[in-house]
Design a binder for this molecule. Structure first.
Ligand SMILES: [Zn+2]
Length: 168
């Protein structure tokens, strides 16, 4: 049965890499410059490296329940990184207790890693904050924060991964 053997072969490892995707990659080569340091994964790839809650919040713009996240009442020194791609987002020294039940910061540690997007969902006009490296949804920024910025970055714990400062 030569036909069956052929089907079996085609169904083996690497069968998913159709030639079509190759030509798409070549077409995109021209825009590679701007996309180069971006982390891009398919829905399935994100689902395998994130928990269901992290996926729902960081990739599908969900919001965790107040006072349920692992970092709203977290006071260790260190850096809060993107749960998806590991980009440095916030520093514990810019964290403050907003009383909202979400981790809150008055500024990002690396401004270039935190982007802002106009968000008109849920009948509100808000500014969504995202990771510029992988477009992960982080939370929202409001203008009622403490000095010196008067900003309040209201961030989901599920979008963050804490990296403790080295004690030496
Ligand atoms: Zn990211």
């Amino acid at each position: 049965m030569p036909l069956a053997a052929l089907v079996l072969l085609a169904g083996g490892c690497g069968a998913k890499e159709k030639t079509a995707s190759k030509s798409v990659q070549e077409n995109k080569a021209g825009e590679k410059m701007s996309q180069e340091d971006k982390t891009q994964k398919t829905k399935e790839e994100w689902q395998t490296c994130l928990t269901p809650e992290e996926y729902k919040i960081a990739r599908e713009k969900g919001t965790e329940m107040a006072f349920t996240g692992k970092y709203y009442n977290h006071h260790e020194d260190g850096i809060y990184k993107c749960v998806c791609c590991g980009a440095e987002l916030f520093d514990s020294k810019h964290k403050f207790d907003s009383g909202t039940g979400w981790p809150s910061f008055y500024q990002p540690t690396k401004k270039e890693n935190v982007g802002e997007v106009d968000d008109k969902s849920h009948g509100m006009r808000r500014v969504e904050v995202i990771c510029t490296k992988c477009d992960a949804h982080l939370g929202h920024v409001f203008e009622d924060g403490p000095k010196p910025t008067n900003l309040r970055y209201c961030i989901n714990s599920a979008s963050l991964k804490f990296d403790p400062a080295k004690k030496d």
